[in-house]
Every structure is written in C-alpha cells, then in structure tokens.
Design a protein around this ligand. Structure first.
Ligand SMILES: C[S@@+](CC[C@H](N)C(=O)[O-])C[C@H]1O[C@@H](n2cnc3c(N)ncnc32)[C@H](O)[C@@H]1O
Length: 284
C-alpha cells in the first residue's frame, strides 16, 4: 500500500499546498465509514483528488464529504458536498460499547464529544431519572443507559430525523425499556408531559442553552438536582474560558439557588471560542 507521502506526491502540490493537505488530513472528522473534511479555498480545484487520496489511506472509510457550511439552524446540521467513494450519508458509529446509526446530512453528530459523553455517564447514580433536552440521535442517553442499568432517560429532540434514528439506536442497543425518545420542542414537551420528574438534566445545545434554563429547572423533581449546562464562550485563551464560563453560568442561573460543582472546556470550536460545560447543583 502507498504511503501518505507517496500519495501526496501524485497530486503535484507546491510545498505550501502539501502542508495544507497535511493539515486537512490531521483534522478531519471520521464518523463510521464517512470522512468529513474542510478544504481551504486555495485547494478547492483539487478537492476530488485530495478526497481520493484520503480514501486510499484510511482503510475503514467508504465516503468522503466536504463540509461547505458551519453547523447551523435549529437542527444544528452542516451542509455537505459529496467528493469521493460511495455517496451515502448514513453510517454506523461505535463509541463506548454502543452503536449509533447516524445520517451525517440530516442530523447533528460529532465524534469530538466522546470524552464528555463518558464523563457525564459515569456521574449517574442508581435509579436516576435523566432528562436530555437536546438528544440528537441518542448518544448521551444511550451511553448513560448502558453505563448505569438502573437509570431512565427522557431523550428529546425537535428534529424528526434525529428522533427516528434515536428510536432505532435505542433498539439497537437494547435499552428501549429505559430510554424514551420524544420528538418535539424541549420546552413544550417538558411543560406538558415530564415536568418535575428528573434528578438530572442535560442541555447539550451550547449556542442556545441559556434560553432554556427556566425550563431545565422546571424539569427537575422538586426543582432540585444537577443540570449540565453547555455554553459557547469567547475568551482570549482556553484557560480564561473557565472563569468567563463560570460567570456566564452564574448569570444564567441567577434566579435559582445554585452551586457550580465543576466547569470544564469540552473543546475549542473556533478562534478564541470554547465550548464549556458546567455541572450546576440546584436546590429549591
Ligand atoms: C448540538 S446538537 C446535540 C445532539 C446530541 N446531544 C449529541 O451530542 O450528539 C443539539 C440538538 O438539539 C436539537 N434541538 C434544537 N432545538 C431544540 C429544541 N427547542 N427542542 C428540542 N431539541 C432541539 C437539534 O435538533 C440537535 O439535534
């Protein structure tokens, strides 16, 4: 099999362009059999050739797509352009012993949250009721259910395709007795059907979580429990995103008696923008 360097030389790139292709190679997302790449404008002419070279070098990959927009809209989806291999956006992704059917064009999905999913799932204590307000295809919900066999999880998403896949994934992982997929707006669903039940609430919608704080508190039993609050924080450095994130969290929960138990940086999502998660204890 050809080495990466041999494959690159076939593209007849300048030294600078070869370095840029190296960057693409080291920063793509791999989701099951699908690779999603970002390409700088200077290399757009060679996008198909670059995709083919990547495909040749990653044995498990079957398709390469170009990301042509940021993650956007209510459903947090990115636009994709097919570049090489098989033109199929459905795949199966495995994480922490769980299997997930994912449609990368129709639902949100990021393999970069794997550590955070495991961290939260290990915090769950016996018999907890968890409300996952923004569940996507069921990643957090299913990993929690597999990690703690007594936990019960309401798994809400407003994207019907994410809900459908969550229902498929719940069966695939044999947790249908304890993970309940629900399709709809989290605020409406909680208000009408599952208010005051949860011991813990997950808010993995960092762009907008702050708008849903009252609803998250109302989901808690006796308005007491733990909320995992996600936010995007602008900060000059990663280190400073923690105190700035804590200030943002304090403001978000100022109407409630609360204590921030921990704050951590999940990942950098843009230049000087960090996704943070705060574990917030609420007492009524
Ligand atoms: C950033 S994604 C997170 C998905 C999942 N937790 C994960 O980590 O893969 C946010 C999800 O929230 C859903 N969403 C956005 N607004 C919503 C709302 N008002 N109610 C319920 N779900 C919503 C989107 O469809 C999307 O799937």
């Amino acid at each position: 099999m050809k080495s990466w360097a041999d494959s690159l030389s076939e593209l007849s790139l300048t030294k600078k362009s070869a370095e840029e292709v190296d960057k693409i190679y080291s920063a793509f997302d791999i989701i099951g059999t699908i690779i999603i790449i970002k390409i700088p404008e200077s290399l757009m002419e060679k996008k198909e050739s670059i995709a083919n070279v990547i495909l040749q070098n990653i044995k498990t990959a079957k398709s390469v797509f170009l990301q042509t927009s940021a993650v956007q809209g209510d459903y947090r989806i990115r636009n994709l352009e097919f570049l090489a291999g098989v033109n199929n956006t459905m795949t199966e992704y495995r994480e922490h012993g769980c299997r997930f059917k994912v449609d990368v064009a129709k639902t949100y999905f990021s393999p970069r949250l794997s550590t955070e999913r495991l961290r939260i799932s290990k915090m769950i204590t016996d018999d907890e009721i968890v409300t996952n307000m923004f569940a996507g295809v069921g990643t957090y919900s299913i990993i929690i259910a597999k990690t703690n066999k007594t936990a019960r999880i309401y798994s809400i998403d407003s994207n019907p395709q994410a809900y459908d896949l969550c229902a498929v994934n719940v069966k695939l992982n044999k947790v249908e007795d304890r993970v309940i997929p629900i399709c709809g707006d989290a605020e409406e669903i909680i208000e009408k059907n599952i208010k005051g039940q949860a011991n813990r609430v997950l808010m993995p919608l960092p762009e907008k979580a702050r708008e849903f704080v009252d609803c998250a508190v109302s989901a808690l039993k006796h308005r007491s429990g733990i909320i995992h609050y996600f936010a995007h924080i602008k900060a000059p450095t990663k280190k400073l995103s923690i105190p700035i994130g804590m200030k943002d969290t304090r403001e978000a929960f100022q109407d409630y008696r609360h204590e921030i138990l921990a704050t951590r940086v999940v990942r950098e999502v843009g230049p000087r923008i960090y996704q943070i998660v705060a574990d917030v204890s609420i007492t009524c």
